[in-house]
Design a protein around this ligand. Sequence first.
Ligand code: DQA
Length: 146
Amino acid sequence: MYKILILHGPNLNMLGTREPEKYGNITLADINNKLEHLAKELKLEIETFQSNSEGELVSKIQQAYGKFDGMLINPAAYTHTSVALRDAILSADIPAIEIHLSNIHTREDFRQKSFIAGVSIGQISGFKYNSYLLGLRALTDYLFDY
Ligand code: DQA
């Protein structure tokens, strides 16, 4: 059974009340529940993890080496700033899909640069919580080589 790591970056613990017009009304716990249901359907094992700390996210990604088969990552604001997360993804050496609730390409200029996109197999951006579910399906297809 494939094991997938799902990472949520800074401020995503505030979902539900945080800028709902951009990110929706759903909480992070709701998103993780939906992911658990879909994982069962797709016969995957998932682990979810949220941190506001760049270092904690780097350590979690490093630990994925040899332990997980793929990852979904919403790096949140670190998308636009973090060479460290980018390097960690390379060091984990597993396929990653970059996830965003909002469409970062229609927002401020500074959000249109992603340090993560170049080390991901793809990016899903703009479908609110469904970005995660689409990402899990896409990663499954990628792993099964459909
Ligand atoms: C986000 C987009 C980022 O620009 C922002 O900093 C976030 C959330 C998204 O999911 O749309 O915190 O990653």
